[in-house]
Design a protein around this ligand. Structure first.
Ligand SMILES: [Zn+2]
Length: 100
């Protein structure tokens, strides 16, 4: 890890504002499935690397870039190739799962 990595790396919760602009639901609790290693993790637990135009959210297990999001003027660029799927919670518990 370089000094630059330390300066730009936060957890995925730090990307909540930018993700809220693109997705109209709570993204930090949305579960991703890593295309690299299969780890299932909420967006908030990914490792966020920030840059001027946006953020890269990486798997904490294998460092695969799960989500890349950037904003240029009035456009958003979204690359989700690092996740097999997103599981979006609507607030209601799934059958068989405890609430919360
Ligand atoms: Zn992974």
């Amino acid at each position: 890890m370089t000094m630059r990595d330390d300066e730009t790396r936060l957890d995925g919760n730090a990307a909540a504002g930018l993700l809220d602009e693109v997705f109209r639901f709570e993204m930090t609790t949305t579960r991703t499935v890593c295309a690299g290693c299969g780890t299932v993790a909420p967006v908030g637990a990914l490792m966020r690397y920030g840059h001027e135009m946006g953020a890269i959210l990486r798997c904490a297990g294998c460092d695969t870039a799960i989500i890349r999001v950037a904003r240029t003027g009035d456009r958003y660029w979204l690359d989700l190739r690092g996740t097999v799927s997103l599981r979006i919670e609507d607030g209601a518990p799934a059958p068989g799962e405890p609430a919360g």
